[in-house]
Design a protein around this ligand. Structure first.
Ligand code: GLN
Length: 415
């Protein structure tokens, strides 16, 4: 027999129509489209050029170091803000690669991937109503990151070049106008996902001037630091005069050592900021996987030749995919760094990026990321899709064969 209590159904909305059980914050963003495209690639047995993870092996020494760490019973929590030897290795690596001296005792927080490093940093430095300047197109996570941390994003456009071999640029006046008294920080991702832009020293200096003028921080995502082409140079924001004290540098093992699933990243910031980041990180996740931190020490000790070869292998992959894309009708923008190619799909005559990406994954057998997922206003990316080329040459060859069908057979399902 039903009791009176049971007759009250779960009410999903309150009297004024608000969702009762899902938070307002969670309602303001959707699932990651990048990760959804990976699921679609599996569903349709398509080649995954959507989510940026390598399909080739990680370095043997790294895997061996992880296996040894587990065998040696490094199976319990590491120090919350990162195992000491990993923090020492990160500090050493930063001094070799960028000439930056950081104190591993007070300035480094190891997190569960650079993804956690970013959200922990934002939660550590922003208050409600603070503004965060973000270049767009932007890596998908930054939008929800801003919402979750309570900050308000202010977007500044990166404009594609007129010549697809040229540089993506931003308008200085637009950037100046985006900074105001409420600006807490700017997020700079260089080398950039999804555009492949590598910010020049002059651009970073302009950003520095605005950060200093408005007493704001720079949070720089430098996860593609070593993936550079055609002589492009990566300059860490913390190296720019006057920025060491106001920069949070985010990086990790994922892209440089081809271990995106290990989830080991870090945030490097002056001690006072790191103190706040460490507290947030501690209560969010406690710590990153201990044996994989140990393997990270081996990774960071890689010889200089490793980084040269990494960049050279990626250049070969870029130069394999880019001409195919152009040949079949994409306007493909040449990346200077990172492992993505942003494209304009105007010549295919589809109504938008989502219908085109859906055609690609179902009918052509290649998964890509619809451009709209990199913009606050989806219409701005409605004629773009992003390809990831962090794949074996055999995978890229197979994708190229499939993409050729695009040229031979114009789409049936237009619109
Ligand atoms: N950075 C990668 C991309 O943009 C993967 C992101 C992720 O899924 N964590 O595709």
């Amino acid at each position: 027999m039903r009791t009176a209590v049971l007759r009250f159904a779960l009410m999903a909305h309150d009297r004024v129509g608000r969702k009762r059980f899902t938070s307002e914050k969670s309602e303001r963003f959707s699932e990651s489209v990048i990760r959804e495209m990976t699921r679609q690639a599996m569903l349709y047995d398509a080649i995954n050029l959507a989510q940026g993870f390598p399909d080739f092996a990680a370095p043997q020494e790294l895997k061996h170091a992880a296996q040894q760490a587990i065998a040696a019973d490094l199976n319990q929590y590491a120090i919350t803000w990162g195992a000491k030897n990993l923090r020492d290795a990160i500090a050493h690596r930063m001094s070799v690669a960028q000439g930056l001296q950081v104190d591993p005792e007070t300035e480094i927080t190891v997190c569960c991937g650079s993804t956690e490093a970013m959200i922990a940093s934002l939660m550590a430095v922003t208050n409600a109503r603070d503004e965060i300047v973000i270049f767009e197109p932007f890596y998908e996570n930054y939008g929800p990151d801003a919402i979750l941390s309570g900050a308000r994003p202010r977007f500044v456009k990166l404009h594609p070049p007129a010549d697809p071999d040229g540089e993506w640029t931003f308008d200085e006046q637009e950037l100046r106008a985006a900074f105001c008294g409420r600006t807490k920080a700017i997020i700079v991702n260089t080398p950039n996902n999804p555009t492949g832009k590598v910010f020049s020293r002059a651009e970073l200096e302009l950003i520095r001037d605005l950060c200093v003028k408005h007493n704001a921080l720079a949070i720089t995502d430098e996860i593609y630091e070593h993936i550079l082409y055609d002589g492009a140079e990566h300059v860490s924001m913390a190296r720019i005069e006057g920025m060491r004290e106001r920069t949070i540098t985010i990086n990790g093992l994922s892209k440089t050592y081809s271990v995106t699933g290990w989830r080991v990243g870090w945030a490097v910031a002056p001690a006072s900021l790191s103190g706040a980041i460490r507290k947030v990180h501690d209560f969010l996740t406690v710590g990153a996987a201990a044996p994989l931190q140990e393997a990270g020490v081996a990774a960071l000790a890689s010889p200089q030749g490793y980084y040269r070869r990494l960049a050279e292998d990626y250049r070969a992959r870029r130069d394999r995919l880019l001409p195919t894309l152009r040949e079949v009708g994409f306007r493909a923008f040449l990346p200077r760094g990172a492992y993505y190619i942003m494209t304009d799909i105007g010549s295919f005559g589809f109504a938008d990026d989502a219908s085109f990406a859906s055609h690609l994954v179902r009918d052509i057998g290649v998964a890509v990321v619809p451009g709209s997922s990199f913009y606050s206003n989806p219409a701005d990316g409605a004629h773009q899709v992003r390809f990831a080329f962090c794949k074996r040459s055999s995978t890229l060859d197979k994708a190229a064969t499939r993409l050729m069908k695009l040229r031979a057979a114009p789409p049936q399902a237009q619109g």
